[in-house]
Design a protein around this ligand. Structure first.
Ligand SMILES: Cc1ncc(C[n+]2csc(CCOP(=O)(O)OP(=O)(O)O)c2C)c(N)n1
Ligand code: SF4
Ligand SMILES: [Mg+2]
Length: 351
């Protein structure tokens, strides 16, 4: 059995959000992943972020590819739209859905194999087109579902469970996302929910291509000594660049930090990102210096986590294409089929 529904009963005093929903209203089926898998912590962070933002579940569309990571949408947002696509093909399905109905909030969930190996081309084009989405890669450096082969994000020299070292250079998803023009780029760790939840909240409110590379240890195949995606390794090499608070437009910004250590970024939708810098003297809105910062730390063997880059004024795919603002399924026949005179006029304009 692969689908275990959760019992509906819950404590009557559970806190509710602005919509009157409890956290339980954002859950899905019971997870069938291995106990301790990082992916389950990411599902919990997504549930918390959507609950705290009081997003209407029916306005969210969750899409994934194939893999343990891509199974996770079954375990959260059980009242939202869902589409489990083919291995590596989630980005094009999400792009199509977004073009047809821009009114939904798009959440793409993928794995490092799904996005950096078979799906690298799809990932690249969805990001460079600026599809308005939150794209989370649950990065464990292996193909977990097919029993632990190295994926394209596995570091050169990292050892598999049998002690064999990887000989290939890794694909750095954060570096790729920055290069491809993502307007929101972050990295986090499934073991740090305090960092991950605000990043997901900010990404969901970002009106452009938001990418989060979330390191998510695979306890079955990649959590041993010699792995660079294990809980211990990531904890020892995690260099936290900043802490993020997401402030709703109506809230007051209060800061007791020294000038220069706090950066305020107002996103297009009015939400405010308050960044407390721990490391790095670069501007989070400067793509070139963000790339330099990530590369320098990568060369030193450190894993930078936090909000790495944000463009507060993104241009999304719809703005670029000048598409109509209404979802296509709401257009009526006269609009969809305006008659031969309108067609003649259109054709004349193209001659
Ligand atoms: C076209 C195709 N090729 C290969 C597979 C076999 N396959 C299933 S999942 C997977 C890798 C999944 O790895 P990842 O995306 O990292 O997810 P994880 O299980 O690690 O979370 C592969 C190769 C497949 N299902 N379809
Ligand atoms: S095999 Fe790895 S990735 Fe898959 S559920 Fe188990 S721990 Fe998670
Ligand atoms: Mg994987």
């Amino acid at each position: 059995m692969t689908y275990l529904p959760k019992p509906k009963l819950h404590h009557p005093d559970l806190p509710t959000n602005a919509l009157g929903h409890t956290r339980r209203d954002y859950e899905g089926a019971i997870s069938t992943l291995c106990a301790g898998c990082g992916h389950d912590s990411i599902s919990a962070a997504i549930i918390r972020a959507c609950f705290e933002l009081a997003l209407p579940p029916h306005r969210i569309a969750k899409l994934s590819g194939i893999g343990c990571s891509s199974k996770t949408p079954t375990y959260f947002l059980g009242q939202s739209h869902g589409f489990n696509s083919v291995h590596g093909r989630m980005p094009s399905v999400l792009t199509g859905a977004n073009l047809a109905n821009r009114d939904l909030i798009y959440l793409g969930v993928s794995g490092d194999g799904d996005s950096a190996s078979i799906g690298l081309g799809q990932f690249a084009h969805a990001i460079r087109r600026g599809v308005n989405m939150t794209y989370i890669v649950e990065n464990n450096g292996v193909y977990g579902l097919t029993k632990g082969q190295f994926s394209a994000t596995s570091d050169r020299g990292a050892k598999n469970k049998r002690g064999v070292a990887n000989t290939d250079e890794p694909v750095d998803m954060v570096g790729m996302a920055l290069l491809l023009g993502a307007t929101f780029v972050a990295r986090s760790f499934s073991g740090d929910k305090g960092q991950l939840v605000p990043l997901i909240k900010a990404a969901l409110q970002h009106e452009g291509a938001a990418f989060i590379d979330c390191i998510s240890p695979c306890v079955a195949f990649n959590n041993h000594e010699g792995s660079t995606k294990s809980y211990d390794y990531v904890r020892d090499h995690n260099e936290i660049a900043n802490f993020l608070d997401v402030i709703e437009p109506r809230e007051e910004i209060v800061t007791d930090q020294k000038p220069g250590t706090v950066e305020i970024v107002r996103q297009h939708d009015g939400s405010i990102l308050r960044l407390r810098r721990l490391d790095g003297d670069y501007e989070v809105t400067d793509r070139a210096s963000a790339m330099d910062f990530v590369q320098r730390h990568h060369a030193a063997g450190e894993i930078i986590t936090g909000l790495i880059y944000v463009d507060p004024d993104p241009v999304d795919l719809h703005a670029g294409l000048g598409t109509c603002t209404a979802p296509l399924n709401t257009l009526d026949t006269p609009l969809l089929c305006p008659g031969s005179a309108a067609l003649e006029k259109l054709n004349a304009g193209l001659r």
